[in-house]
Design a protein. Structure first.
Length: 276
């Protein structure tokens, strides 16, 4: 379900209903982060994804951020679209981690508890809410927003995006939820007024540059990286040289690598002004 100003209240109501489940899942995930707690939150997510043979590829689709791909040996592999702005990639890291680990948590911590929802929209909402809580949960977005020395709403949101390394709508939804809890009607109204505005990447570049913010965060990285899964498959081929599906998987990954390295070169060329 696409979130708009019209269904924003319904979205935060759903967040409230699933909050306890998300808290449980965060506690489960945090047990994995002990060795990485000194890292920034997006790097913690990156380390988890690498353990699951992360694939990074630039796919020219502004509406597609990532997915979990099931290979022939039933191995679940996360794919992140590096054609998206880095801030969006960081959010998708945690979104896909939820999908990767949800069933494992149910099996290890909730054998007799709640069931996994199969309804697509609700499961996606749970993944998004988990991602937002991993990004914002340890800090106070609300206080930070009000501490900023500007009255311009978009400028404030840009500072929040930069400081929390989170995309525009993720910031607005979290801020709206806190404003709702604090009965801050004026801020809720201001968020709704701006919620459906569409800013192009070039618009954000200007806003970030004018406010002295790191504009690389709202640009794509265009990375093509399949090293982890290639290494894993090659190790399996050495162990099981007669098992064909390992070689099939390696062939598929090699095809992807060649294809998306070409996309990467073309995209970087456009970004550098080398291509029209």
């Amino acid at each position: 379900m696409r979130i708009t100003s019209e269904n924003l209240d319904h979205t935060i109501h759903t967040n409230e209903q699933i909050a306890n489940q998300i808290i449980d899942h965060i506690q489960f995930i945090e047990k994995r982060l002990i060795k990485w707690q000194s890292l920034p939150i997006e790097e913690q997510a990156f380390e988890i994804l690498k353990e699951h043979n992360l694939i990074e590829v630039p796919i020219p689709d502004e509406n597609w951020g990532g997915a979990i791909r099931k290979f022939k040996n039933n191995k679940m592999i996360p794919i992140i679209n590096t054609y998206q702005p880095r801030l969006y990639q960081y959010f998708i890291y945690w979104h896909e981690i939820y999908h990767l680990t949800e069933r494992e948590e149910m099996q290890t911590m909730h054998k007799d508890g709640y069931e996994i929802f199969t309804e697509f929209d609700l499961n996606e909402r749970k993944a998004d809410y988990f991602a937002s809580q991993m990004i914002f949960g340890r800090t106070d977005l609300y206080d930070f927003f009000h501490s900023l020395n500007t009255n311009d709403f978009i400028e404030r949101i840009a500072h929040c995006m930069k400081s929390f390394r989170a995309p525009y709508k993720a910031v607005l939804i979290e801020l709206y939820q806190i404003a709702h809890k604090n009965n801050h009607i004026q801020l809720q109204s201001e968020i709704k007024k701006h919620f459906d505005l569409s800013h192009k990447p070039t618009d954000w570049e200007i806003i970030f540059q004018e406010n002295g913010l790191d504009d690389s965060l709202i640009k794509p990285s265009y990375v093509t990286n399949m090293n982890a899964i290639i290494k894993t498959i090659q190790e399996e081929i050495k162990k099981h040289p007669d098992v064909q599906f390992y070689q099939d998987n390696l062939n598929l990954i090699k095809e992807w690598e060649l294809k998306y390295k070409n996309v990467q070169r073309e995209a970087k060329g456009v970004g550098d002004g080398q291509l029209s």
